[in-house]
Design a protein. Structure first.
Ligand code: PLP
Length: 367
């Protein structure tokens, strides 16, 4: 086996199908009508996945990885007189705070431990005590830990107190059902290489049209200007403002068809949840305890502690798994030694069985 042929247990980039990769074999023209209609198909297809009405909501595609999408939203929709409440309980929400610092955006942070979800009662108290807050920003699936935040209770507060609601649903959209209008989400951000199972190269923003229209001129960056990107896409029938990642877009269009063929978000969520549960259960039987308790564990990725009597390093474990066809992820916690196993992408129950057998074999060798 080629030493570069392995399945990814990393949550994006992830293992894609052969047909998604094949869609990249054609070099496409960016102003060609067929290519532009591919972009338009993706935009309306994403709205459908979000249960959002074409007209009340719109999709903006943005070049770059997921972070570019989050930065585009934060730097384009929060004006100099606005203030955002950031709910922080992981590395990705912490990154949002960093972005606010870079752009001089006014913010307040409500910080929770990485293993806990933000308490809606505390969020409500903050909203009541600080009338200057105009936006709430949070992460749905915290890929840092594997925790799934409760966007429904925060969305209800956003609606009750009339705040704009920004959700980083990077590693959940397409793998967890999200009803954008019902949850009161104003801007949802995700990217090509997560649960839709495309390849990396662009992010997308599902936005409330009425709110987006009010943001003209706020952007602090030319290339990340969300309004300008939307305006060009909208007025020019699917034309991107600057060179678009044509191969990635074609792969994504194919990935969206394959999501539908699998049975949509419901079926994909069932697969992810089943493989995640089986991995978590099997690993715990081998002595690897999960960091997040079962009630808040999301279906995408799991953080594991090393066994109590651990006799090996991450590097040894990584090398052994890679040799046997799987690549794993280091931990991202600041206060504990952990590693992570993602289960999105082309990962099925027979992979889970193989992965558990490899871990068992490895642990046996290290006894
Ligand atoms: C993947 C991810 C991002 C974006 O990371 P990039 O490396 O820029 O793609 C942002 N937030 C979350 C929760 C993610 O999982």
């Amino acid at each position: 086996m080629d030493k570069n042929t392995y399945k990814l247990l990393t949550p994006g980039p992830l293992t894609t199908t052969a047909t998604v990769k094949e869609a990249m074999q054609i070099d496409r023209c960016t102003w060609d009508e067929d290519y532009k209609s591919m972009t338009q198909g993706i935009r309306s297809g994403l709205l459908k996945l979000a249960h959002a009405d074409n007209g009340a909501y719109t999709t903006v595609l943005m070049q770059g990885s997921g972070t570019f999408g989050v930065e585009s939203v934060l730097s384009s929709v929060i004006s100099s007189t606005d203030k955002v409440l950031v709910l922080q309980n992981g590395a990705y929400s912490k990154r949002m705070v960093e972005m606010c610092d870079y752009h001089g955006i006014k913010y307040v942070v409500y910080e929770e431990d990485y293993a806990h979800i933000p308490d809606p009662m505390i969020v409500e108290d903050v909203l009541k005590s600080d009338g200057n807050i105009t936006h709430i920003a949070m992460v749905h699936s915290e890929t840092t830990s594997g925790l799934l935040n409760d966007i429904a209770s925060i969305g209800a507060l956003a609606q009750k107190y009339n705040k704009k609601f920004i959700v980083d649903a990077m590693s959940s959209f397409g793998g967890v059902d999200i009803n954008v209008p019902q949850l009161g989400i104003t801007y949802l951000v995700s990217s090509a290489n997560k649960c839709i199972q495309g390849v990396p190269g662009f992010s997308f923003i599902i936005a409330n049209v009425e709110d987006l229209k009010k943001t003209k001129g706020i952007a602090r960056s030319l290339s990340l200007d969300l309004y300008a990107q939307w305006e060009t896409m909208e007025n020019d029938g699917g034309k991107w403002r600057f060179t678009s990642p044509t191969h990635v877009v074609a792969a994504f269009a194919q990935a969206m068809q394959e999501l539908e063929a699998e049975g949509g978000v419901t079926a994909r969520n069932a697969r992810y949840a089943a493989t995640n549960r089986a991995l978590r259960k099997g690993m715990e039987e081998l002595g690897f305890k999960a960091y997040i308790d079962e009630a808040h564990q999301g279906p995408i990725i799991t953080t594991f502690f090393y066994p109590a009597d651990c006799t090996f390093t991450f590097a040894e474990m990584y090398a052994y798994l890679k040799e046997h066809g799987y690549v794993i992820y280091p931990g991202k916690l600041t206060d504990a030694e952990t590693f992570r196993l993602g289960n999105i992408g082309e990962i099925y129950m027979d992979d889970v069985e193989k992965i558990l057998a490899i871990f068992k074999e490895f642990a046996g060798l290290k006894k």
